[in-house]
Design a protein around this ligand. Structure first.
Ligand SMILES: [Zn+2]
Length: 291
């Protein structure tokens, strides 16, 4: 698949459902909207895939035909640093999601790693790291091709600071970097205020993970509301009182010649994904006219 910056929604846009679209219709409808990525939401799944293999494969075939890049968001019910039974159940959920992700040809399975709970933060993080190594080994044993995508998280009780996520990417085989910019903005109480703030994060990533992993990161983006603990809720791009501003990220993507996949998690899904794509085009064009 050609390396370029791609845009798409987190889940099936409500309008598609109103139109009576079935899951395998989604890639064609996205393409008609000039979008080229789609994140399938498996966020309420238990220990077994909640989609048939046939249906998932149809989605995958349609995505290929329409040049839409598929990712899958795994179950929210994951904690790789809890009691033994919880960790084992979490691993089964991750394997179920990874299995279905492979059926649909998804390139990454995004997920939330866990919670610090009563543990010391570094201890909880180490628990997650060890469990992730086991999941990674199991995925390879099963011959699954999907990459593991632990995501940067937005609340101060969740495992998933940028440094933690980078360590997972360094130490666990078969991982893909997943950066949720809204979560980082919320966790650090509105830290993404100017283009330089985005650029310095991209540079930090490049230093640790190398240029290719930085350029090809999988992103989530929306505006976000936060309190002292971090994330409260995702908001549409038009809401001026919330950050972060997508144009700043677009500047950095253009300057560093990145080719991320950007999934829109605002309540307006495809509508805001298109807005981001438009903004990105404007940024590219203004840079070309200056060059
Ligand atoms: Zn997520």
């Amino acid at each position: 698949m050609a390396e370029r910056t791609r845009f798409g929604p987190a889940g099936v846009p409500p309008m598609f459902r109103l139109m009576g679209a079935d899951l395998p219709d989604v890639p064609r409808l996205l393409r008609e909207e000039d979008l080229d990525a789609f994140e399938y939401e498996a966020v309420r799944w238990g220990p077994k895939p909640q989609i048939t293999r046939e249906h998932a494969e149809k989605l995958g075939a349609a995505a290929k035909e329409n040049d839409v890049r598929v990712s899958l968001h795994g179950s929210y019910y994951i904690n790789l640093s809890g009691k033994r039974e919880i960790v084992e159940a979490s691993k089964r959920r991750l394997i179920a999601s990874a299995t279905a992700a492979d059926w649909m040809g998804a390139y990454v399975m995004v997920f939330h790693t866990g919670f610090y709970g009563r543990f010391e933060k570094d201890f909880a993080f180490r628990n997650c790291l060890e469990a992730l190594k086991e999941v990674s080994a199991e995925i390879r044993r099963l011959g699954l091709k999907v990459k593991l995508g632990p995501e940067t998280m937005g609340r101060n009780f969740q495992v998933g600071t940028l440094d933690e996520i980078m360590t997972f990417n360094e130490e666990v085989e078969g991982t893909q970097l997943v950066v949720d910019w809204a979560h980082m903005h919320a966790l650090h109480h509105g830290a993404l205020k100017k283009t330089e703030d985005f650029r310095s994060i991209a540079e930090r990533i490049e230093q640790r993970l190398g240029t290719e992993r930085m350029k090809g990161m999988h992103c989530h983006f929306s505006k976000i509301e936060f309190n002292l603990q971090g994330e409260r809720s995702h908001h549409p791009l038009t809401e001026a009182r919330y950050g972060p501003d997508f144009r700043m990220l677009a500047e950095v993507i253009a300057d560093l010649q990145m080719h991320p996949t950007i999934i829109c998690e605002s309540p307006l899904l495809d509508v805001d994904a298109r807005k981001m794509k438009e903004t990105f085009k404007e940024v590219l064009e203004s840079k070309q006219s200056k060059a």
